[in-house]
Design a protein around this ligand. Structure first.
Ligand code: UDP
Length: 336
């Protein structure tokens, strides 16, 4: 087995796809996860350590035990709406998680970090153009605030001691492993594409959160990117050299915006039937439009999204759902 990489949150959606990509690239992913949102079934390419990401001692022990060559830090809370109602939880898990990871890396002499960041750091951009890394950082919800604070803590740590890091700002991760090993399974599910698919299969109707945004069709516009493309970018980010002051942030998106109504149309085409849809009000914390300019990641990582079209992204998500995800037994949360 190749060099070990500690993958916090490696049992989750993006973390598990990245673990598979690491394994393909010759690394051994060592997953560190509390299984609050992750799935044991998604840990297939290396060992699983069950632990809390805020526990620096436990993290340092894991880093030393496996002599890890680097860390990819995914573990954290991700639902924008919930961050508005429970900012205390988001700051605790997301910022104290980063502090513990960085501290454990310093103590164990682990130098390379890739951090799971987000387009939510840009807030609600005034311009309806594609976002660049140097654009204004002004989150409009506690989720984005906590992730931006994490980036800043990491950048300061890179300046202070022997640490090099890349923060990857994901736009909207979607789709599923084309080989059917992995997919998206949150309980309860809050993400648009899986909810729209469910709504074509007799599940709850999909609520469109807002029809009065200043966008072409009035619904929110996002940049959906295939999860396997995100996964490959993490492997490249572990390896990239010449980091500016030891820290760089990079957008990961396709550079193409899709509205909620365009997603509904794509799901209708993929499933061969319309999802049940109801019109709802705006969701707290949602900006009208977030679309990436991914030029920096393309240039610095030699990366580009291989899945170019929305239809393929949605098709892989539908195939995963039709295969019953991780299985019919997995209908509830694994842990509190
Ligand atoms: N959305 C929606 N109905 C839902 C879930 C999401 O209209 O039941 C919209 C949401 O307002 C946002 C987009 O779909 O504009 C993507 O939301 P999601 O929660 O999938 O990802 P996020 O952008 O919050 O990371």
């Amino acid at each position: 087995p190749g060099p070990c990489i500690l993958v916090t949150g490696g049992a989750g959606f993006i973390g598990s796809h990245t673990s598979k990509a690491l394994s393909r690239a010759g690394y051994t992913p060592v997953v560190y996860d509390n299984l609050s949102n992750g799935h044991v079934e998604a840990v297939k390419w290396g060992p699983l350590i069950i632990g809390d990401v805020r526990d620096a001692n436990h993290l340092a022990e894991a880093m030393r035990e496996y002599s890890v060559a680097g860390v990819i830090h995914f573990a954290g809370l991700i639902e924008v709406g919930r961050s508005v109602s429970r900012p205390d939880l988001f700051w605790d898990h997301n910022l104290n998680g980063v502090a513990a990871v960085v501290s454990a890396m310093r103590r164990s002499g682990t130098a390379r970090l890739v951090f799971s960041s987000t387009a939510a750091v840009y807030g609600a951009p005034a311009e309806m153009s594609r976002l660049r890394e140097a654009d204004r950082l002004a989150p409009i919800n506690p989720y984005g605030d906590s992730k931006l604070a994490g980036e800043r803590l990491i950048a300061a740590s890179c300046a202070a001691f022997d640490l090099e890091a890349v923060a990857l700002r994901y736009f909207n991760a979607a789709g599923a492993d084309p080989e059917g090993d992995l997919g998206e399974a949150h309980y309860p599910e809050t993400h648009l594409i899986p909810l729209a698919i469910e709504a074509t299969m007799g599940g709850a109707p999909l609520t469109v959160f807002g029809s009065d945004y200043p966008t072409p069709d009035g619904s929110c516009v996002r940049d959906y990117i295939h999860v396997a493309d995100l996964a490959r970018a993490h492997v490249l980010a572990l390896q990239v050299g010449g980091l500016d002051a030891g820290f760089e942030a990079m957008n990961l998106g396709r550079g193409v915006g899709s509205s909620v109504r365009e997603i509904i149309a794509a799901v209708t085409a993929a499933c061969g039937r319309h999802p049940a849809v109801v019109e709802g009000g705006r969701r707290a914390g949602d900006p009208p439009m977030l679309v990436a300019d991914p030029a920096a990641a393309m240039e610095r990582l030699g990366w580009s999204p291989q899945v170019r079209d929305l239809a393929t992204i949605v098709d892989t998500a539908v195939a995963w759902r039709r295969g019953c995800g991780f299985g019919p037994a997995r209908q509830g949360p694994a842990a509190a």
